[in-house]
Design a protein around this ligand. Sequence first.
Ligand code: PAF
Length: 279
Amino acid sequence: MQIVKTIDEVRKTVKAWKREGLTVGLVPTMGYLHEGHKSLIERAVKENDRVVVSDFVNPTQFAPNEDFESYPRDIQADAALCADAGASLIFNPEADEMYTDALTFVDMNKITKVLCGKTRPIHFSGVCTVVSKLFNIVTPDRAYFGEKDAQQLCVIRKMVRDLNFDIEIVGCPIIREADGLAKSSRNTYLNEEERKAALCLNRALKLGREMAEGGETDAEKVVNAITAEIEKEPLAKIDYVEMVDLNTLEMLKTAEKPLLCAVAVYIGKTRLIDNFIME
Ligand code: PAF
């Protein structure tokens, strides 16, 4: 497995694969890979002849007050995980390689302004921009994204339709720790006490899912029950708890499928997201 730093090297390698008639999967990541990423890579390996993993902490999706500088990085550990999962190439560019002199950004209305977009107003423009660039650099047949960031997946699907990228977007299920906490590179920020407190997200979402699956159709009641469960945890501060239409991200009054019930919660200084989907 190769690790390459330049756009030219990726292009040359992918062109050679395509000349041989091979299919290419892309797994975009910001590195510090865990079992969640590994599951995406393994799925991509099953469904494509070659798999590129991009490993790039993308500065344009972080606001100045966010954790760009402190975001964990470990390319050696990432390389070992990618090799183990069967990836063919890691694209690990510097920020200059991706953005020198860039004046063009991809933006989207409506679905980027709700949920995480309310408190992270520039985030999805950064995500759409870097993902478009990766799509143009790697030209994959398929690209793989986790359902933990369900809004991101919805935004990428919409961008692919709107901008006519000829790429299949594959959403993959959330991978959890044994105690239910959704795997995330940001879990490493949690101290022991916060790590325990973070379990309130999954506990509350489980309760909400049970209500919705048990026939509760009033979305507000489900949201209130989830909110009350999280509020029992003193270290937790809710950013949002919402039930929305899975495709439009419009708020639901009635818990009708397909729905996304999503939460963002600060545990100490760490902002965690989690959700359940009913299709
Ligand atoms: O989900 C992520 O890790 C990032 O938002 C992504 C899609 C790799 C873009 O930087």
